[in-house]
Write a protein that binds this ligand. Sequence first.
Ligand code: NAP
Ligand code: MG
Length: 336
Amino acid sequence: MAVNIYTDKDADMSFLEGKTVGMIGYGSQGHAHALNLHDSGIKVMVGLYEGSASRQVARDAGLAVGSVAEVAKEAEIMMVAIPDHVQKDVYRDEIEPNLGPGKALMFAHGFTIHYQFVVPPPTVDVLMIAPKAPGHRMREHFVEQGIGVPCLLAVHQDATGNAKNIGLAYASGIGCARAGVLETTFKDETESDLFGEQSVLCGGVTALINLAFETLVERGYPPEIAYFECLHELKMIVDLIQQGGFNYMRYSVSDTAEYGDLTRGTRVVDDHVRENMNRVLDDIQSGAFAKEWMAECDEGRHNFLRLRQEARTSRIHEVGRGLREMMPWMNPREIE
Ligand code: NAP
Ligand code: MG
């Protein structure tokens, strides 16, 4: 199933002309979207809560700033760039009361719409532009090289008949249409994003590293050596994989490493893991994970904070801290 890919030539900027884009939030995504749109000649107003330190930062960058409610009233198009777990309350209290018919409500991730924590009225457009890079990288590329990062576009609700055109113009304004706009759905983006971060990017990779590290340490190998072999060197391998796929990585490593890879990899990550991945995906598809996480947030995050603290004081963390100090060139960052 190939996806549709759009670029700048498919974008008609008249869908943003004369309109105000309200940027709700000025964090990783919000600041990059707001500044790129501003540089593209589009009128932007940033919405933040009273007392946010980012208010002044946005003002200093030459942007108009107001409360979320003020921005929701003023803007015809709004990008909800606040953390997913606060979107439900902010939407209910400040956005919904000001969401007149024909406005467009945009998201950078489908979580709250797909799992119906936010249910906009049928009179507004609901769409997603989700850049496939952290906001700071996106801004950097835009300013320094004049290039964009690819993004996903999805339309959940098309009240005006223009939702997709608004999305394409927005993608062009933030620079993403210079690279490519991939058309998807809220369901596919949300579920695949959660699955990716749980099974590989965050959950899978840290569990794999930690288990390999612990295996070596329990069998008497020095933790420092185990750290280098199982954690530190991963970046070099991942860089090769990102640059040229598995083939380029295997071409670059020794034949011994490649033979070990081809004969042992699927012994470590075997059909049990496939089974586990399917169970993790079941919870994502059924909404069980989303329900659990939002309940955790509503109930004060006690379980989450305990798990975070336990992970921060694990053996691999203690060993790593000392070793990273020896490598100042990689700009070590310690979170306690
Ligand atoms: P973030 O960096 O944590 O920034 C959140 C912003 O929202 C901050 O400016 C914060 O204010 C503000 N904020 C927090 N609570 C608020 C409230 N109650 N009312 C108004 N503003 C509030 O968030 P993010 O990572 O950019 O994520 C935003 C969205 O983009 C999410 O849907 C996320 O899934 C999606 N996304 C993120 C990335 C990424 O690379 N981070 C990539 C793709 C999509 P302060 O400035 O005062 O803290
Ligand atoms: Mg993601």
